[in-house]
Design a protein around this ligand. Structure first.
Ligand SMILES: [Zn+2]
Length: 325
């Protein structure tokens, strides 16, 4: 969990709290000192690498004529990430894929686009970035992103990026962590990048206010279990790389357990506050909750997944925005 190296032990608690829960604490977090963050590179074979700094994990895939990058952490880390990529290859980043709109994955969009990368995402990511969003747990408002940070290329359903000697298969999973999740499959390298639909060894955040739902999270893990084999390397949105499918299977079991228990409690008419007090996932917390806050937040996001009515009133607005862009 301490992912920035031993040199930053002093900030480790802060980093773990921030990255571990992947959702802002109720109180404003202390500012992250990006100057202390180090980028750690892991070679996954066949020219594919995982980069870890502060924020969501990054995947880098090399080709003969350029680089495909997945997620970009925060803008202030751009120079460090760029330097870490330059150690791997001196070719340019041609494509930067956003797995979803959250700022710890898209913060580097603007500086990498300025360097010449085409930012690619599912269409809802662009809409969320362009209009700004509200966190369903904290009410915190993220303002609209700068025009230069918006994806230059969007897709729906599925999309392929081809470079010389490298194909990235992008696929959208509807209503999972958000409403714009993309996973990326590098078949020849046998590497899967999941974004935040899979967080290895910890509860996921489910952004129910922006189209996320635990049912989609389970559908995502089903797709990943079908796609991968015993030798696949799976880059999660947060947490260490999964060297095989075992971690993914365990994660799926946890999600299904949580969904089934919560479905019954919602049917019994329990309120959100009653459920938080009752700790229905107490037996799961030891393995999956890095903090008490993460445990409480997981109850809340699963509750909203199953208790909320689909936000039909959002649809006309989204449609209007999509038609404009
Ligand atoms: Zn996220």
């Amino acid at each position: 969990m301490i992912r920035a190296g031993l040199a930053v032990v002093a900030t480790a608690v802060l980093l773990t709290g921030f990255a571990g829960a992947q959702q802002p604490p109720a109180a404003a977090p202390p500012p992250v000192d990006f100057s202390k963050v180090e980028i750690k590179t892991t070679d996954l074979g066949d020219g594919v690498y995982m980069l870890e700094g502060q924020g969501g994990n990054i995947t880098v895939a090399t080709a003969q004529d350029g680089i495909i990058m997945i997620d970009s952490e925060f803008a202030p880390l751009h120079d460090k990430i760029k330097a870490a990529i330059a150690v791997i290859s001196n070719l340019p980043v041609k494509y930067l894929i956003n797995t979803h709109f959250h700022g710890d994955h898209t913060g580097g969009n603007e500086p990498f686009a300025r360097d010449g990368a085409v930012v690619v995402s599912e269409v809802n990511v662009k809409t969320r970035l362009a209009t700004g969003t509200t966190n369903g747990l904290t009410g915190a408002r993220t303002p609209p992103a700068a025009p230069g940070a918006l994806p230059g290329k969007t897709y729906t359903g599925a999309f392929k990026i081809r470079l010389d000697g490298r194909i990235a298969d992008l696929k959208h999973i509807a209503n999972a962590h958000t409403d714009g999740d993309t996973y990326v499959w590098f078949k020849t390298a046998n590497v899967l990048a999941t974004g935040d639909t899979f967080t290895n060894g910890r509860y996921p955040n489910i952004d129910f206010a922006n189209g996320g739902n635990i049912k989609g999270m389970i559908a995502a893990t089903d797709a990943y279990l079908k796609l991968t084999n015993a030798r696949s390397r799976i880059v999660p949105g947060h947490g260490p790389i999964a060297a095989d499918k075992a971690a993914l299977k365990e994660y799926r079991t946890m999600l299904v357990t949580a969904r089934d228990r919560m479905a019954k409690l919602v049917k019994d008419g329990k309120s959100e506050d009653e459920l938080v007090a009752a700790k229905p996932f107490a037996d799961l917390d030891a393995k999956w909750a890095p903090t008490d806050l993460a445990a409480r937040n997981f109850i809340r996001v699963v509750y909203h997944s199953l208790a909320d009515k689909p936000a039909a009133e959002n649809k006309p607005l989204l449609k209007r925005i999509l038609h404009r862009s």
